[in-house]
Design a protein around this ligand. Structure first.
Ligand SMILES: [Zn+2]
Ligand SMILES: [Zn+2]
Length: 337
């Protein structure tokens, strides 16, 4: 391996078993295998999916596991066969950590559905650490203005938000965002850049969240149980709450789409077919493709997207997860190293 002067160990926050606290651990520096790069972390965002992993709602993670899939860092070492990246390059590492390229989903251009995919911070070690390894072909180049903690939320909140966004027909004008956290506060910037009107829905009574949405440019902000002042052309659900599905369908016009952007959601209650009738579409968004990443990370500097972050040192990952769980984060939580 061709590498700079590096320590032999690193600090990491490790999940030994679901539903337990992460443990600050000293581990050997990981060694990049063929096609991988070694990355020195600048920051790692905290995503709701991390909570689903830590809380055992996403089953069968790699164990022990270093969570985290919103990684911004600097390449400091190359495994064999890496092309296109050099030591010193700033990269982003997303949730999609590896795909096989040969299954029927990969061949059809749906690598987000790959049967043999590996996911950063879930089935591969992730970014709650001073260093990590990642497959070079799944790293994204990062614009210099995002080579800091504010770039980290782009890697999942931004990317998954963008993939959800790309499911909406371009003609849609009035867009509802249910759950105004990390993803929505990034997506609203893209929406406004494209001249769309955004209606933000928060937990009932969350006046602070509603004020934040209005500050970010929402046309209207209100309780999730409320109806917006106009029928929506599309709605995206970022909150992992199944009971929002019929509410969002009710708020959506004929021919409109309701898109579930989360990887996990509580059960959806049964609802009258009337809510779906009129050619409304209900769909999920799963993972991301590298194409989504290239498109979004090229668009972000043009908007320019600015993530609002609350920073925590690496060793306070548990406290950061607790804060996200309680819904008290405005924007995105990010660990810094
Ligand atoms: Zn595949
Ligand atoms: Zn995520």
């Amino acid at each position: 391996m061709n590498q700079l002067q590096l320590p032999s160990t690193m600090q990491a926050m490790v999940l030994n078993q679901p539903k337990t606290r992460l443990v600050l651990s000293t581990l050997p520096l990981p060694t990049p295998t063929d096609g991988q790069v070694l990355i020195k972390l600048i920051a790692c965002g905290i995503c709701r999916t991390d909570l689903h992993v830590v809380d055992g709602e996403l089953t069968q993670p790699k164990l022990p596991l270093i969570p985290g899939h919103e990684i911004v860092g600097r390449v400091v070492g190359l495994g064999n066969g890496v092309t296109g990246l050099q030591p010193g390059d700033i990269v982003g590492v997303p949730w999609l950590g590896y795909t096989c390229g040969i299954c029927r989903y990969c061949k059809a251009g749906h690598e987000n559905l790959c049967e043999n995919a590996l996911f950063t911070g879930y089935t591969l070690d992730g970014g709650y650490a001073e260093y990590t390894v990642a497959f070079a072909k799944f790293c994204f180049p990062i614009d210099a203005q995002y080579a800091n903690p504010s770039g980290a939320p782009l890697l999942c909140a931004g990317l998954i938000g963008y993939r959800s966004w790309s499911m909406i027909p371009p003609s849609a004008e009035n867009i509802g965002l249910y759950g105004f956290g990390a993803a929505a506060h990034i997506l609203i910037q893209v929406a406004r850049y494209q001249g769309k009107r955004v209606y933000a829905f928060t937990r009932d009574g969350d006046k602070k969240g509603q004020a934040f949405a209005l500050k970010m440019g929402a046309e209207w902000a209100g309780d999730s149980s409320a109806l917006p002042p106009v029928l929506l052309d599309a709605a995206i659900l970022f909150a992992p709450v199944g009971s929002l599905v019929p509410l969002a369908l009710k708020a959506t016009d004929k021919g409109g789409s309701v898109i579930c952007g989360g990887i996990h959601m509580s059960d959806i209650p049964s609802f009258s077919y009337d809510l779906l009738w009129g050619e409304r579409i209900l769909r999920s968004v799963a993972n991301l493709t590298r194409k989504d990443g290239w498109e979004f990370l090229a668009l972000a500097p043009k908007v320019p997207v600015r993530a609002e972050t609350t920073l925590f040192p690496l060793e306070q990952a548990n406290e950061a997860l607790d804060t996200l769980r309680s819904g008290k984060i405005e924007g995105a939580a990010v660990l810094t190293m």
